[in-house]
Design a protein around this ligand. Structure first.
Ligand SMILES: [Zn+2]
Length: 274
């Protein structure tokens, strides 16, 4: 099959960034790994191991931290563990899941390959590297185990998949918009300057970018609830707010869909108003 793979690397304000991408049938996906002060944040997708591994070999990795269990963030963890024998830290919620062979849908296996099992250790509320204390910030919403990492020395925040893009139009079935809103509010209580997103990369004026996303989601949430009060069904609300049908919806057989945005907002709203 015709997959086009690409890899670029750069340094921004002392952070080494590796960015791997893969495109197939007009859909292009990418993911970053970041390195700073002996810490590798996320390990790329297994399908891009040939691209990511030479980049990892140039770094002096002392420990690996994982933002969340998804296969584009954990794909080379087993390889790294075998070759470099370094500890891997992640939210304990998904450690057992990552010990097993993956069970995600075929289209994800096509893009990112099959993530080999690996053994991670539970991360605490903070950890240290040679020159810094890092805060581990629980930021569920994209996934239940999602974490952001703040280097308190440099004020650089690594947001995993909390941001991705400002104007979210489609999300995974497992995502919760109300939880993402809360997580954005949580990270904004911390002192940081730069932000690094696993997909968008370096976010220029990161704090502002995260604030804009928060505003967008709050506005969207308000609109969904308003339409619900007008008596519209989730499907009608979806068609009103997201008229465009994105290729990923069909390609993923609906695992990605804008309808999940509507459902997650209404689910929380109904629970709160009961
Ligand atoms: Zn993810």
């Amino acid at each position: 099959m015709l997959f086009k793979k690409n890899f670029t690397q750069e340094s921004v304000n002392g952070v080494r960034m590796g960015n791997g991408s893969i495109s197939f049938q007009g859909i292009k996906l990418n993911v970053h790994s970041f390195y700073l002060d002996g810490v590798l944040i996320d390990s790329g997708g297994r399908s891009l191991a040939k691209q990511f591994m030479p980049f990892f070999k140039e770094l002096e990795i002392e420990q690996i931290v994982i933002s969340h269990y998804h296969e584009d963030h954990t794909g080379c963890a087993a390889l790294l563990q075998r070759e470099q024998n370094v500890p891997i830290w992640m939210n304990d919620r998904m450690i057992d899941y990552c010990k097993k062979k993956p069970d995600y849908p075929m289209y994800r296996q096509l893009y990112w390959g099959r993530r080999p099992p690996f053994q991670a250790e539970p991360i605490g509320d903070s950890f240290t590297s040679a020159n810094a204390l890092w805060k581990v910030i629980k930021t569920p919403g994209h996934s239940q185990d999602h974490l952001a990492f703040l280097n308190s020395e440099t004020g650089q925040l690594f947001t995993g998949d909390l941001y991705c893009q400002e104007k979210t139009k489609v999300v995974l079935r497992e995502e919760s918009i109300p939880d993402i809103i809360e997580s954005l509010q949580t990270v904004l209580t911390y002192d940081f300057t730069d932000a690094f997103c696993s997909h968008a990369g370096y976010l220029h004026e990161g704090r502002m970018a995260l604030k804009r996303k928060l505003e967008y989601l709050l506005d969207l949430q308000g609109k969904i609830i308003e339409l619900y009060h007008e008596g519209k069904t989730p499907k009608q609300i979806n068609e009103t707010l997201f008229p465009k049908k994105y290729p990923i919806i069909r390609f993923s057989s609906g695992e990605w869909n804008s309808l999940h945005i509507v459902h997650s907002v209404l689910k929380e709203y109904q629970e709160v108003s009961l």
